[in-house]
Design a binder for this molecule. Sequence first.
Ligand code: ADP
Ligand code: ASP
Ligand code: MG
Length: 591
Amino acid sequence: MSIIVQKFGGTSVADSKKILAAARKAIRAQKEGNQVVMVVSAMGKNTDALIDLAKQITDEPPAREMDMLLSTGEQVSVALMAMAIHSLGHKAISLTGAQIGIMTDSIHTKARIRSISTERLREALDEGNIVIAAGFQGIDEANNITTLGRGGSDTTAVALAAALHADACEIYTDVDGVYTTDPRIVPEARQTRQISYDEMLELATAGAGVMHNRSIEFAKKFNVPVHVRSSFSDNPGTMIVRDPEAPDMPVCGAAMAKNEALVTVLGVPDRPGAALHLFSKVADKNIAMDMIVQNEGAEGHADISFTVFRDDLPATLRAVDDAVKELGAEGYTCDENVSKISVVGLGMATQPGIAGTMFRALAEKGINIQMITTSEIKISVLVAREFAQEALRAVHEAFELQSPPPDGKLHGDGSPRHATPSEAKLLARLQRMEKLIIEQIDLDETQSRVTFVSLPDIPGLAAQTFDELAEAGIVVDMIVQSVGRGNRANISVTMPQKDLENAIRIAGQQAESLGCPPPTHCPKVAKLSVFGVGMRSHTGVAARMFQSLAKEGINVELINTSEVRVNVVLDGRDGKKALAAMKKEFADAMV
Ligand code: ADP
Ligand code: ASP
Ligand code: MG
């Protein structure tokens, strides 16, 4: 019999009426011949209310007790949901994470799933029950209750779908599906019909709160097609799948991560191992660093900037303070009023001019870009928080995301086109649950680097630069803009070696007209990409990369990170050696 997992978010179970409506959806799916597992979140804003209560008692509640408290929210809703189904004349049983056997590690408030036992679930289903699972929670080896991080019920749902080999995973929420950006902020946003795991992963971490990013890591690992749809209608929603039928659009969505903080560590000795030391210190505190940018070193020193969630800033600064002392760095600065704006799309890797369009949209509004990082399918910029919403709107409009896609269809037939990995591969993955998976390590030796040095940090300059590069037909790959000193910033780009001369010419002309120092370049760089699942949420990945490179005495010129990749650029002569070192370092995580 087919199994279907249905997840209902907070707004979808906010009151008794809504609970009964959700119960009816599950009963209907059962009547259609499915075994049904419901995953339920805490009612309405209950989790927020519980956090609030804790904060009234103390500023720093122990994480273990936070989990004890927060897990009660979901316990209330599963019990009520089971009662609702009983009252409608059907069999149901509610289960907590512990009762199901969702085993996690012990990192309270951001625990990761280690394994799920499906025995009890299957028994209850075979007895004709609709099983109602509490989302967001699990249990560690010592029987402590853990939670998976805000929004974690999505992850419970997709993980259960994976463990049960479910035929469908439906995420019921308060919007019709995944939109080109948050429709609450940009009402013109348009619903997408299908989106790939990689795009959704990038969007989710870039701030699209509609799905918990780790749930998409699960979906990708286990090939679970996810259907995001409305609790309040029967409209077809958005399918998140491996290979969507691609509409001819370079960008599929834009997102904002509003509450970010920027930390710059100044004057880090520019030697192998220094960056590693800093990253390890932060990773040890289980804090995920986001945009990481290293400035081209001057006089044997480099400045390294990165962003973290604003909530993680106090703990981050404690780690940074230690690292600065131990490294003999100059010091650090931080800005807690920044937001990240990102655009994401599978098609952007092959089309010139995407970066220029984004930067121009911001320039036209007079919004300054403080930092830039890119991946193959994402461009992120950092702006002052006061301009974040305006920036998101401007970028959304610049890519005409409000317009219908070229095929004019808004909704698909709901049938996903996805490749099925072989059983053996799937089994190997199941044993790894939320562990880091490295799928591929690539070495690209076909690129050059040009660095625009000491550009005045004013709105519009990045846009002009990238427009000129695009006009010359140069498809730039990595773009890294560092935080400058004294309102000056460096922008480094990589591009195919055949375009180097052209790029140097453009950079040279610009330097001359602005009175900046001449550009620097490296004719042959090596770009190493480590590609996998869990690259950012596993906080130690970048640190491990640096460790293996440092051991070989290899210096890193540029870095950028995304959800699915970490890219580093090195001197071309180090490429092969670095590739070998990296393969050795990640041998245990390769599948
Ligand atoms: P739930 O409680 O059902 O898990 P969430 O509040 O976590 O619901 O997620 C749904 C919300 O996500 C929407 O109300 C919307 O405001 C927000 N959102 C952010 N980005 C997007 C996007 N790209 N598409 C759709 N919704 C988005
Ligand atoms: N109730 C939890 C939260 O609000 C988990 C979830 O809803 O996904 O974050
Ligand atoms: Mg949610």
